[in-house]
Ligand binder design. Structure first.
Ligand SMILES: Nc1ncnc2c1ncn2[C@@H]1O[C@H](COP(=O)(O)OP(=O)(O)OP(=O)(O)O)[C@@H](O)[C@H]1O
Ligand SMILES: [Mg+2]
Ligand SMILES: [Zn+2]
Length: 520
């Protein structure tokens, strides 16, 4: 039999199988039971929370020959046909790829015909926010007064992008992010069914990473199963497969922040990128670590509540003494804010680095938390001066600068201009080329040319092809009014090439150990 991904294999087939959406499910079931079904629904909510699944269950329940207490029976001909995707009564349209007026006209025309079998024709329009304005208008009239045998279900992750004229004609249901406990329970249940040995702590970790999405949870689980097929999925194995970072690293990162050691913190981030860790995941995990520290400050043994081993609890309790409650809260606030912004940001790394710098230097922050932290630092220094008569060492200790030979870089003046205009240069390049340029690292070649470094072969190949390099050169020339030759290089992760210097870091003076000589 062909292999089916876990999240497809376990698509809920009745309302009872849908986890964590009780309000939605109860209302819909009652509607079916009492025969008071609406003609248009809008299902809104984050990815992977059950919108498409519930739409299909509703379609089945409407057409089922012997519904059981509002649930489809999954046995009659209609239910089976819908489950197998063969029913003429369930029409799915992916608005992401069919967003034009013509696509909607087709539906509007078809709506007029009675279903040839069953009772209801159900139109599921997925990603409906992608429809063009014209398409929305074409849909409006039919949506308001469809024939009695037609039900529309519009699904979206971005309800605010749907015109109010459309929304006001639908019953709206909001799908919630699914709670960690609920996801954990479901994962354990499915592991039982698949005969996968695992432990609760491990599944809880997967659930936490899934951030409210059941589909993501199942995909993550799948990755772990693939790696350790036939073996027990222990907590440690899960950490390993999902590229998660050891607690010790968080402790280190936090110390650097606390002591204002920007270069060390940035090189720690760099280390992790090189090791294949995903930085946005690191930010989320670091936030949890901080939360654990905060709880550990209570001094009780909370290893159960925090889901950590007794050993880790000791480490936490030890670290927790270093920071004040206010400090931890400030870190958490900044990191939560960062996590939110990362969702919509293409330059993730830069944003993360900026926030890290902000955390290291409360003086760049003007809110009360940051100001309090500055006062605390001053108090610490003052005490030290009182005690010893000498001022505290500046953040960058001597040992830091001595340990490495400084890197010398000769950088043409033009490249400074390139860095200053980098964002607008990137924005002036057209897709799909822009996507590749967006995530490359601008650097400088030994001969002074602009060197774009890619870590992904697909991006690299794309840039090599056609006249793409020329396009980039033109974009640069247009922005800085001077010609720059562009070179490209592929530096794959794990390779042992020389480290790449990001010239944005050079200009922002974020690298401790670099001597820059600007040449004209
Ligand atoms: N509430 C839930 N209960 C049980 N399983 C779920 C739930 N939500 C999602 N899943 C699992 O995730 C898979 C995908 O869910 P579904 O397609 O319904 O999500 P969606 O909300 O439509 O996501 P998207 O916004 O990405 O289209 C399902 O096949 C199922 O395995
Ligand atoms: Mg969907
Ligand atoms: Zn049935």
């Amino acid at each position: 039999m062909a292999y089916i991904a876990l999240y497809r294999k376990f698509r809920p087939s009745t309302f009872d199988d849908v986890k964590g959406q009780d309000a939605v499910v109860t209302t819909l079931r009652n509607q079916i039971r009492t025969g008071r079904v609406g003609h248009a629904y809008c299902f809104n909510g984050t990815r992977g929370t059950g919108k498409t699944s519930v739409a299909k269950i509703l379609a089945k329940a409407l057409n089922c020959e012997h519904p059981v207490d509002g649930n489809p029976c999954n046995e009659c001909a209609m239910c089976r046909a819908i489950n197998e995707g063969n029913s003429m009564n369930v029409i799915e349209l992916d608005a992401a790829s069919n967003n034009g007026v013509a696509n909607i006209r087709e539906i509007v025309d078809e709506v007029r015909y009675y279903p040839t079998e069953g009772k209801f024709k159900v139109y599921i329009i997925d990603e409906v926010h992608m429809l063009s304005t014209g398409a929305f208008n074409a849909l409006l009239k039919t949506l308001e007064e469809p024939p009695s045998y037609v039900v529309f279900i519009l699904a979206t992750t971005e309800v605010h992008a749907i015109p109010i004229t459309i929304l006001s004609r639908c019953q709206r249901y909001d799908f919630k992010r699914i709670r960690i406990e609920t996801i954990t329970e479901r994962l354990l249940e499915l592991c039982g069914k698949e005969e996968i040995a695992t432990e609760e702590k491990a599944m809880r970790y997967v659930a936490k990473l899934a951030d409210g999405s059941m589909r993501d949870a199942l995909s993550l689980l799948e990755r772990c199963v693939a790696c350790y097929f036939g073996q027990e999925l222990t907590y440690d194995r899960i950490l390993e497969v999902l590229g998660s970072v050891d607690v010790e690293v968080f402790a280190r990162a936090l110390r650097y922040m606390h002591e204002g050691k920007v270069p060390k913190l940035l090189s720690l981030l760099d280390e992790m990128t090189v090791a294949g860790r995903e930085l946005s995941r690191f930010v989320v995990d670091l936030t949890w670590y901080l939360r654990n520290l905060l709880l550990a400050q209570s001094g009780e043994d909370l290893s159960e509540a925090l889901e950590v081993s007794t050993e880790q609890m000791k480490l936490l309790a030890h670290e927790a003494k270093v920071y004040t409650q206010e400090e931890l809260m400030r870190y958490i606030t900044v990191l939560c804010d960062l996590t939110n912004r990362l969702r919509f940001e293409s330059q993730k790394r830069i944003l993360i680095e900026m926030s890290m710098v902000r955390l290291c230097h409360p003086e760049t922050d003007v809110n009360t938390d940051a100001v309090l932290e500055r006062i605390r630092r001053l108090e610490r220094e003052l005490q030290l001066v009182k005690r010893t008569g000498v001022a505290a060492p500046v953040a960058e200790s001597e040992e830091d600068t001595k340990s490495k030979e400084p890197i010398r870089i000769a950088m043409p003046e033009q490249l400074v201009e390139v860095v200053n205009n980098w964002d607008s240069i990137v924005r002036s390049i057209r897709y799909p080329l822009r996507m590749a340029v967006e995530i490359c690292t601008p650097s400088v070649a030994p001969n002074g040319n602009l060197l774009l470094v890619f870590s992904d072969n697909t991006d690299y190949t794309l840039v090599q092809s056609a006249d793409h390099i020329e396009q980039i050169e033109q974009a640069v020339e247009k922005a800085i009014k001077s010609k720059v030759t562009v070179e490209t290089r592929l530096v794959e992760e794990g390779g042992n090439q020389e480290p790449v210097v990001d010239i944005r870091d050079v200009i922002a003076n974020r690298l401790g150990n670099v001597l820059v000589e600007i040449t004209s």
